[in-house]
Design a protein around this ligand. Structure first.
Ligand SMILES: [Zn+2]
Length: 64
């Protein structure tokens, strides 16, 4: 089941309190401010900086 849209509107990045973007392909939540990706386990977003993965800066522009 994809993550609940209502939940997405509530949760924010624990680091910068900014909005999180759901990345469907990888089932994780991205913070573009911090370049961190938070995993989702069993439909529960793990909003822990320690658990987050660093996103390479070159992934920022993925329009193409
Ligand atoms: Zn952030």
């Amino acid at each position: 089941m994809p993550i609940d849209k209502a939940l997405l509107e509530i949760i924010v990045c624990p680091n910068c309190k900014g909005e999180l973007i759901y990345e469907e392909e990888r089932d994780r939540l991205l913070c573009k401010n911090c370049l961190l990706a938070y995993p989702i386990r069993e439909d529960i977003p793990i909003l822990l900086i320690d658990e987050a993965e660093r996103i390479p800066a070159d992934m920022q522009n993925s329009d193409s």
